[in-house]
Design a protein around this ligand. Structure first.
Ligand code: PGA
Length: 245
């Protein structure tokens, strides 16, 4: 099972130090794959603190070029050279607030893989889309660009936009339906089984049920990942069968 912490625009050097001090000993010898995605400036510290531990480090975005005149952007090659091994691409906040499109998301994901990073690629419908009965067609469109990616370095995160940061997680039935659809799509597009994470208000109280839902290979956790204790409670709720993948 893969559990990824998306810190979004939260955290500080002192918080990161305290977090790792609490979490790393608990993860030792654990059965799951765990990834921490803090803001860019904390990545070097995270890589240093997590060296030799069970916690891998990921970024929350990256650019599609190796280098260039792209003020404010970060190259996936820089991330890889620094010891970062994962990157989140196309998070719904990037799509909604920062103009991410299916095409720019694909370009970033491709470059990230070429740089050696593994990609957590986010998809998911808005509330209006779900209520309009468009969930599966949105997922169809968002996954359509993924055919050219390396399935070995790819994980999909199904994150219904209406469940992110709202406290209202999708129901296991909704999750199972979306995950089955995404699985089938990725199998079709890449010829391989690609793990699908669930994201959207995952917390210690609902993690057991969500992670036990058919087709769920792990979770992408926002708010509840900021506290080491609550993130670890979510990790502990993950089923051990099928671990490390
Ligand atoms: P949340 O965020 O857990 O705070 O709902 C999830 C995400 O945005 O990845």
């Amino acid at each position: 099972v893969l559990l990824a912490a998306n810190w979004k625009m939260y955290g500080s050097p002192s918080q990161l130090a305290a977090y790792c001090e609490e979490l790393l000993p608990k993860l030792e010898g654990g059965p799951h794959q765990v990834v921490l995605c803090p803001p860019f400036p904390l990545l070097p510290q995270a890589v240093m603190l997590c060296a030799g531990s069970e916690l891998a480090v990921g970024a929350q975005n990256c650019h599609w070029a190796r280098e260039g005149a792209f003020t404010g952007e970060v190259s996936p090659y820089l991330l890889a050279e620094m010891g970062v091994s994962w990157v989140i691409i196309a998070h719904s906040e990037r799509r909604k607030l920062f103009g991410e499109t299916d095409d720019t998301a694909l370009a970033r994901a491709k470059a990230a893989q070429e740089a050696g990073l593994s990609v957590i690629f986010c998809v998911g419908e808005t509330l209006a889309e779900r209520e309009g009965g468009e969930t599966l067609s949105v997922l169809q469109r968002q996954t359509a660009v993924l055919a050219g990616l390396d399935p070995q370095k790819l994980v999909i995160a199904y994150e219904p936009v209406w469940a992110i940061g709202t406290g209202h997680n999708a129901t296991p039935a909704q999750v199972a339906e979306a995950h089955a659809f995404i699985h089938e799509r990725l199998q079709e597009l890449t010829g391989q089984a690609v793990p699908v994470l669930y994201g959207g208000s995952v917390k210690p109280q609902n993690a057991g049920e969500l992670l036990a839902t058919p087709g769920v290979a792990g979770a992408l956790v926002g708010g509840a990942s900021l506290d080491a204790g609550s993130f670890f409670a979510i990790i502990q709720a993950a089923p051990v069968a099928g671990a490390k993948g």
